[in-house]
Design a protein around this ligand. Structure first.
Ligand code: G4P
Length: 523
């Protein structure tokens, strides 16, 4: 096997999605500890102390104790190289999260055992399902009393519309939580009085009663045996192909805070989760282990580190080997670029790296070359992986600089932040600037960054509008500009967009102009 193929096969790149407080930070930390990427618990984030998550780069995040931007953390375990792409957990999550999901090969969904599937999870989950991304479920906080496991499987299947297959099953819950039984390996995993992790291999589930007789009472053992039998007889059978297609989710139970169930989760995950997959491009399928280097930018982050005052484009490598100093072509502009100072991201630092492989994320210094969705490749005949999906904004606001003398800085800031994908920008025919966002929090981030990074105080006027539709047909747009009272604006690519206050407005418009074609995005 070539070195490139070997390196590709040992990569696992995933994001963790969850509702805030389900335990994403805690699980991330335990995974990093297992991989030796951090040494002490609490290094990732402790909101109540003065320490903040490695992923919380921005001052704003510190103030609020929430993670606004996504970060990347790499660590090794066994022979695997693992990249975790962090996503904002706040319920006002932004497009950043959506786009991050475009750069991963699988997703870990955390569910709080007491709360079950929560709204934020559903939204993010749908993006994964639509893309067919494999989803692994970790049901957390088993040290607390929560919902019945069988009820949770039903919820996953009903609410999320995906089959579930529990790889392990909890032995008790809350105060009487003893450990988990691995249905795959017939292994019991528990902690002894000294809090040491212990495993006991059985030949089959029939030996469970005997093995547990000293730690659990008879009624609990009977219930466990019954539930396991029910799962064997009436539950789904494990289907790795369905897992890889995102149609079945392997489910794990544990308690992240004590790292309970985390090592076995990681080990199963690494075996089941797919390595970087081939990707469709403008010239057909690109295999990850084909020689020519290629990748795409899924995120641009300005001023990540106040000491650097720089802008970093996050590039997901899709094929070939990345080498420091290599020359590549940016497909959109056909500009040749030398990638001189690529950075890799670790739990507590970023470092210049010499090489990287498919599945890895590298940070490229960006003096303004890149846009979200840009493809770079080493080949002279360039190609692209297509535009990243734009997510329809649901909130709009008019903005201008409080001080008219700051207009130049205002425009620079607006353009750069739009290029980063932090907001969507529209202009009215009177040259007014309208922002569109998916989550309202993006407005706060925008106001904060315009002040901190561009020195511009903003006047922001929220609008009652909620729906944007693109008008693909130019003649339609011209006709509407004259005859319709609706708000028609242009997006950053001069495409015409019509903005409605609500569904009623949209339906009324469609009745009045039945021939006008409306699209959900500018593509
Ligand atoms: P998030 O990133 O998904 O928002 O969740 P985070 O890991 O910050 O966890 C949210 C809260 O849940 C934290 O408590 C954390 O300690 C707790 N937690 C995480 N995993 C478990 C678990 O397995 N069992 C129990 N019982 N609790 C868990 P907090 O009080 O909000 O913060 P902290 O003071 O503990 O940091």
């Amino acid at each position: 096997m070539s070195q490139l193929k070997q390196e590709t096969q040992r990569r696992r790149t995933f994001a963790i999605i969850s509702h805030p407080d389900a335990g994403k930070t805690t699980l991330t930390e335990k995974l990093l500890l297992l991989g030796g990427a951090i040494r002490t618990a609490g290094a990732v984030k402790s909101r109540k102390s003065e320490k903040f998550a490695t992923s919380d780069w921005m001052e704003l995040e510190k103030q609020r104790g929430i993670s606004v931007t996504s970060s990347v953390m790499q660590f090794s375990y066994d022979n695997f190289k693992i990249n975790i792409l962090d996503t904002p957990g706040h319920q006002d999550f932004s497009e950043d999260t959506y786009r991050t999901l475009m750069a991963v090969d699988s997703v870990v969904m955390i569910i709080d055992v007491a709360k079950g599937v929560e709204p934020q999870t559903i939204k993010l989950f749908k993006v994964c399902r639509d893309r067919g991304i494999p989803i692994f479920t970790f049901i957390n906080k088993l040290d607390r009393q929560g919902k019945d496991p069988l009820e949770l499987f039903e919820e996953i299947e009903d609410v999320l519309g995906i089959e579930s297959f529990p790889i392990n099953f909890p032995i008790g819950m809350g105060q009487s939580f003893k450990g988990v039984y691995d249905r795959f390996e017939h292994k019991i995993e528990w902690y002894n009085e000294k809090k040491e992790r212990q495993t006991l291999a059985l030949d089959s589930a029939e030996e469970l009663g005997e093995a547990l007789k000293d730690v659990a009472d008879e009624a609990a053992i009977n219930q466990l045996e019954e539930e396991l039998m029910l799962l064997d007889e009436a539950g789904n059978s494990f289907d790795i192909e369905a897992v890889k297609a995102g149609k079945q989710t392997p489910v794990f139970f544990g308690s992240a805070i004590s790292s309970f169930g985390v090592p076995s989760f990681l080990e199963h995950y690494l075996q089941m989760a797919p390595p970087p997959a081939p990707r469709e491009s403008s010239i057909g399928t690109i295999e990850p282990d084909q020689k020519g280097f290629s990748g795409f930018v899924f995120k641009i982050q300005a001023n990540m580190n106040p000491a650097h005052r720089d802008r970093i484009a996050f590039l997901r490598i899709c094929s070939g080997k990345f080498e420091r100093g290599m020359s590549v072509t940016l497909d959109r502009t056909k500009k040749q670029l030398k990638l001189a100072q690529p950075q890799a991201f670790f739990a507590d630092s970023r470092e210049i790296i010499d090489d990287a492989y498919p599945g890895d994320i590298v940070g490229l210094y960006d003096p303004g070359f890149y846009q979200i969705g840009d493809t770079v490749c080493a080949a002279k005949d360039t190609f692209n992986f297509g535009e990243l999906p734009q997510f329809p904004p649901e909130h709009f606001a008019k903005v201008r600089a409080k001080n008219a003398m700051k207009q130049k800085h205002f425009l620079k800031g607006v353009n750069q932040l739009a290029q980063e994908g932090a907001i969507q920008v529209y202009r009215t025919k009177y040259e007014e600037t309208i922002l569109g966002v998916v989550g309202k929090l993006q407005f706060d981030v925008f106001i904060y960054r315009m002040k901190a990074e561009y020195g511009v105080d903003l006047d922001m006027q929220p609008m009652p509008h909620q729906i944007a539709k693109w008008i693909p047909n130019k003649e339609d747009a011209e006709k509407l500009q004259k005859s319709s009272n609706n708000l028609i604006v242009t997006d950053h690519q001069e495409r015409q967009v019509i903005i409605f206050e609500n569904d009623f407005g949209l339906r009324w418009f469609q009745q009045k102009y039945p021939d006008v074609l409306l699209a959900d995005s500018g593509k």
